[in-house]
Ligand binder design. Structure first.
Ligand SMILES: [Fe+2]
Ligand SMILES: [Fe+2]
Length: 241
């Protein structure tokens, strides 16, 4: 269950993490402040944040489990807001978050898949038959992982009306089996390795998009929302969460 603990804002600044200020990150920042606020430029986001004033910035950060009342400079406050509300901050710094336990297993499973896909490529380069067998075993695990996401994890976020569009895109990617079929259709070593390279690249993009879409929302669910989330989980997938 989530706690009321917070991460000191100074620690966020000390990560010295900077992220490209792109359109997705800007939308993500602005949607936390005012969902109708249009995004046109980097300056617009800067001005919007500065127009809030210190108290509101501190409040905004508190809603994201960051304790910022000690920060004196408005520049620092704006910098922290931009860092923590950008899509990649929590994905790479989840261990700093008081609610890290919520996402730990799922991120660990993703990192195992990334390693196993590298192994798969190496194995398939050495043996066509073993490559094919290992691929099917791996794909079986991915299917069960995707079932968990579609029926529990992503379903919860959609039901809560949190980034519905983002989760629908991820579900659509689960249904796309073109790269899988190409691996199955490969008739010789060379085409198998080529098809697997495509598969691995598309799967790694999928995992990245999932983490960018999910981690910051999952970590910052209120205790009430998190209790509702728990009711979506079944023991069948207990390794995933
Ligand atoms: Fe997935
Ligand atoms: Fe996943």
């Amino acid at each position: 269950m989530g706690s009321a603990a917070s991460l000191p804002a100074q620690q966020v600044l000390e990560t010295k993490q900077e992220f490209p200020f792109n359109e997705n990150n800007a939308k993500c920042v602005l949607s936390k402040i005012d969902s109708d606020c249009p995004f046109e430029s980097k300056e617009q986001v800067e001005n919007k944040l500065r127009s809030l004033g210190k108290d509101l910035l501190v409040q905004l950060l508190a809603g994201n489990h960051i304790e910022a009342s000690e920060l004196k400079s408005e520049d620092d406050l704006v910098a922290v807001v931009k860092i923590v509300l950008s899509l990649d901050f929590w994905r790479f710094n989840a261990q700093l978050h008081p609610n890290h336990g919520r996402v730990k297993n799922w991120l660990w499973v993703h990192s195992r898949y990334r390693n196993q896909m590298n192994d798969l490529l190496r194995i398939a380069s050495g043996s066509f038959e073993t490559g094919k067998t290992k691929f099917e075993a791996f794909q079986k695990k991915i299917n069960s992982h995707s079932d968990f996401e579609d029926n529990q994890l992503f379903k919860f976020f959609c039901d809560e009306k949190l980034d519905v569009e983002g989760f629908q895109e991820l579900k659509k990617q689960h249904e796309d089996d073109e790269v899988i079929q190409a691996v199955r259709n490969a008739a010789d070593s060379e085409s198998l390795v080529k098809a697997l390279e495509e598969y691995v690249s598309s799967m790694k993009n999928h995992l990245e998009l999932e983490e960018r879409t999910t981690v910051h929302l999952w970590l910052n669910l209120s205790n009430l929302q998190y209790a509702r989330f728990r009711s979506y989980l079944s023991w069948a997938y207990s390794m995933m969460y």
